[in-house]
Design a binder for this molecule. Structure first.
Ligand code: FES
Ligand SMILES: [Fe+2]
Length: 350
């Protein structure tokens, strides 16, 4: 259960390899993505109207999608253009999905394409901004998308899951504060006068700061529907204002998380980090990406095993503690959005 009338990240542009369509299931819908002759990304049902073969097993020839079974040529609007030796006027059209390319990602709207509104795509300070650099990757994870939202909205887990990189005992010892701003949820924690953990010591060193200096550290997790979590993270020399410290006194970044449900129980997790120091340093981008990839692989193991447990014991009641408030608020917002969509669907069917 996830909102369908919303923008999700479908893939990164480098996944759209010339000549080869990309098949991906998103929010339960089997889709095929490719670039047409104009270079625009198209998203269609992954279903050939001839015999039901997945179009993603075909190829892209001069911007046209060709079924790999008997050569049907599909148009970007879901209508068959041609097929060797056949008349195609009466072929049933297939579904088209609304798609946009923005912020270095391809976005798809799995619900009603006519309701897709590009103005609802989120904006990010780091996107297209030469003062920032962004790098990241993608993991397929066998867990409910809300488990990943819980994980990112509750960073106390860093102390345990990521003990050797970003974890430290001060995280547990510092209470977090959670509040809502409309359909957004913000959970934050500010730690004062601490020693930076290994990942941040590395980042400070690369940013020309002395990694042994005491720092103020912050984590500000921002959820927005359907499943985006941006986390402002960083360290500043102690007493210089923390998150609000001047640029030269801090090493700051935003953890960028786009969580796309594949179906119930699995996700495409697009993770990354946008940083505001040494943006031109590609080697640093690669190094951060590698460290972050290792950290998120630790989450992957935990979440997949947690999902299995929840499936094994579906009747078990879970606890919701103060540290779980961010995820709990996000779930309430998602429940409401999904219920509204179901209500609309029921009213339309009546
Ligand atoms: S199944 Fe696609 S052309 Fe036959
Ligand atoms: Fe984590």
């Amino acid at each position: 259960m996830f909102p369908m009338n919303a923008w999700y990240v479908a893939c990164t542009p480098d996944e759209l390899v010339e000549g080869r369509p990309l098949g991906r299931r998103i929010c339960g819908e089997r889709m095929v993505f490719y670039r047409n002759a104009q270079g625009e990304v198209c998203a269609l049902e992954d279903f050939c109207p001839h015999r039901g073969a997945p179009l993603s097993l075909g190829r892209v020839c001069q911007g046209e999608l060709v079924c790999g079974y008997h050569g049907l040529v599909m148009g970007c609007d879901g209508r068959t253009l041609s097929m060797p030796g056949q008349r195609v006027e009466r072929f049933a059209p297939i579904r088209r999905f609304a798609v946009q390319e923005r912020h270095g990602f391809v976005w798809v709207w799995p619900g009603d394409a006519d309701r897709a509104d590009a103005a609802q795509l989120p904006d990010f300070e780091w996107s297209g901004n030469p003062e920032w650099a962004h790098g990241g990757g993608m993991y397929h994870i066998a867990c409910d998308y809300r488990l990943m939202i819980d994980n990112l909205m509750d960073l106390t887990h860093e102390t345990y899951v990521h003990a050797t990189s970003i974890g430290q005992s001060e995280i547990d010892e510092t209470p977090c504060e959670t509040h809502r701003e409309g359909d957004r949820v913000i959970t934050q924690r500010h730690m004062a006068g601490i020693q930076a953990p290994p990942f941040w010591q590395m980042a400070m060193r690369m940013n020309g700061m002395d990694p042994d200096q005491p720092v103020d550290r912050w984590q500000i997790c921002r959820f927005s529907p359907p499943s985006h979590v941006m986390i402002d993270v960083g360290v500043a020399l102690a007493g210089r204002g923390g998150f609000h410290a001047p640029l030269e006194a801090k090493t700051a970044a935003t953890v960028v998380d786009f969580i796309t449900p594949e179906a119930d129980g699995s996700i495409w997790y697009f993770w990354g980090m946008a940083r505001r120091f040494r943006p031109g340093d590609a080697e640093l981008t690669a190094r951060i990406r590698e460290g972050q990839g290792r950290i998120f692989a630790e989450d992957r193991e935990m979440l997949e095993r947690q999902q299995l447990n929840l499936q094994t014991w579906p009747q078990r009641r879970l606890m919701t503690l103060n540290i779980d408030a961010g995820g709990a608020h996000a779930r309430r917002i998602l429940d409401r959005l999904v219920a509204a969509e179901r209500g609309e669907a029921a009213a339309a069917a009546a």
